[in-house]
Design a protein around this ligand. Structure first.
Ligand SMILES: Cc1cc2nc3c(=O)[nH]c(=O)nc-3n(C[C@H](O)[C@H](O)[C@H](O)COP(=O)(O)OP(=O)(O)OC[C@H]3O[C@@H](n4cnc5c(N)ncnc54)[C@H](O)[C@@H]3O)c2cc1C
Length: 409
């Protein structure tokens, strides 16, 4: 190991999927690890749309960062990092955290593509709190008799999952009208299989509209204006229109412009600084077209931690080999899709897979250590069994649902 005369100081900026998994690999007996994040909880983002329908509550999707990190003997600093140099990170209170190696895992931020009015008139859905806000607004609309026109902007995975949850709870309510909007001609345009047709076939009995192939030009209190001159009156606009690089990257000179993801080599080492690794959504590894997904972020965290150890030990770094796991996309209680490279499977039975990823993921991130943890884990498991596993995989349900499973290519 390169001699420091003390434990090497490793600073991790961002304690999400990538950052926390990196921290969990590093031993406190060998390294002095500090994780910086402004929020007290890590949120299990792949299931946050279920808050909108009330299927899950916020506390079922949150884990306390300080507790997770304390278990590994690491330090948690609950602040926002504003910039970094080659040897320290500056926090929003002016404090500096010195490091020998820094891992940047700041994820992405909402992208409203500079659409005028979006910052004031839409509801984003990137956090538990934002989804709780959406749930509250939808519930409030059920208390009156006025028609509530709900628009979801974004027909990608997140938008479709949110749309499905809204329809799960409100599609039978006569006062609601629903529209999904995207500039692409088809929903889930980047996914294999004609999922657009399958989704539409589920909604043709309900007050559901599709505004596809149109770009949102402006949002105002009345609704959405499109680039072709048409408009959609909306009372509630939910925005899931994409993600952009976190400004921390350009503020720290890890990118040249604010619109770039950070260029890294195949071992996640920054192109600009040898002692900086960048992982998760923030990173753009050379020659790899990685989708911005939690399971890649988790694997990147592990790989970067091992490369930090190798760098400190003076060993050559190891390139990342991305895993191939199918992605599971739910459409409320109406369907679930399992997406492979060239084809998709469709069956509501697959909802079990999404729930299994959630329960296993939380248990892996926070393995029970005390009697209290075990009780908490059993409580989560019992909720999953009651809500998803039993209703879906009992023999009567399987006899009914399995023959309707479809292969879409
Ligand atoms: C609604 C939604 C649904 C999704 N569904 C799926 C899915 O079904 N399957 C899937 O695989 N992926 C899904 N994803 C994508 C997945 O969540 C991301 O790819 C993953 O979270 C990326 O991990 P990350 O660690 O790079 O970033 P994040 O998990 O976003 O973590 C980044 C962390 O950095 C912190 N941070 C940001 N700026 C600073 C700063 N300046 N200083 C300190 N800390 C900072 C943030 O607070 C955050 O905790 C979904 C994402 C969203 C938003």
């Amino acid at each position: 190991m390169i001699g420091f005369g003390r434990k090497p100081r490793i600073c991790i900026v961002g304690g999400g999927f990538a950052g926390l998994n990196a921290a969990q690999q590093l031993k406190a007996s060998r390294y002095d690890v500090t994780v910086i994040d402004p929020s007290p909880h890590i949120e299990w983002l792949p299931n946050i749309h279920e808050i909108i329908s009330g299927v899950k509550k916020g506390d079922e999707l949150r884990l306390n960062r300080a507790i997770l990190l304390r278990r590994h003997g690491h330090r948690f600093v609950m602040r926002k990092a504003v910039e970094m140099s080659s040897s320290f990170v500056t926090l929003d209170n002016g404090d500096r955290i010195a490091f020998d190696i820094c891992i940047v895992a700041t994820g992405s931020v909402d992208n409203a593509f500079g659409v005028p009015g979006a910052d004031r008139h839409v509801l984003p859905m990137k956090t538990v709190e934002q989804c709780q806000q959406i749930a509250k607004r939808l519930h409030r609309a059920t208390l009156g008799h006025r028609t509530c026109r709900v628009a979801v902007v974004g027909g990608g995975v997140e938008g479709v999952e949110a749309f499905g949850e809204i329809l799960r709870t409100y599609r039978q309510r006569p006062q609601f009208e629903f529209t999904i909007v995207d500039s692409a001609e088809r929903l889930l345009d980047c996914c294999p299989g004609n999922l657009d047709g399958t989704i539409r076939s589920h909604t043709d009995r309900y007050r559901v509209g599709y505004e596809l192939g149109k770009r949102v030009e402006e949002v105002d209190p009345e609704g959405i204006c499109f680039d072709d001159g048409s408009a959609l009156e909306s009372d509630l606009i939910i925005w899931s229109g994409g993600s952009a690089p976190n400004p921390f990257l350009s503020q720290s000179c890890l990118t040249q412009t604010p619109n770039e993801w950070a260029a890294v080599n195949g071992a996640f080492q920054s192109r600009n600084r040898e002692n900086v690794f960048i992982i998760g959504d923030a990173a753009q590894p050379d020659g790899m077209a990685l989708s911005k997904q939690a399971f890649h972020a988790i694997d990147m965290g592990k790989c970067a931690a091992h490369n930090v150890e190798r760098l400190l030990a003076g060993k050559p770094l190891k390139e990342f080999t991305p895993g191939h796991k199918p992605q599971v996309v739910t459409f409320g209680d109406m369907d679930t899709f399992m997406l492979f490279k060239d084809f998709a499977l469709s069956s509501s039975v697959l909802g079990v897979a999404k729930e299994a990823i959630y329960t296993m993921g939380l248990l892996q991130m926070s393995p029970p250590k005390s009697a209290r943890d075990v009780l908490h884990s059993l409580d989560l498991l019992q909720k999953s069994v009651r809500r998803v596993y039993l209703p879906t995989i009992n023999p009567f349900s399987l006899i009914d649902k399995l023959p309707k499973a479809k292969l879409l290519s």
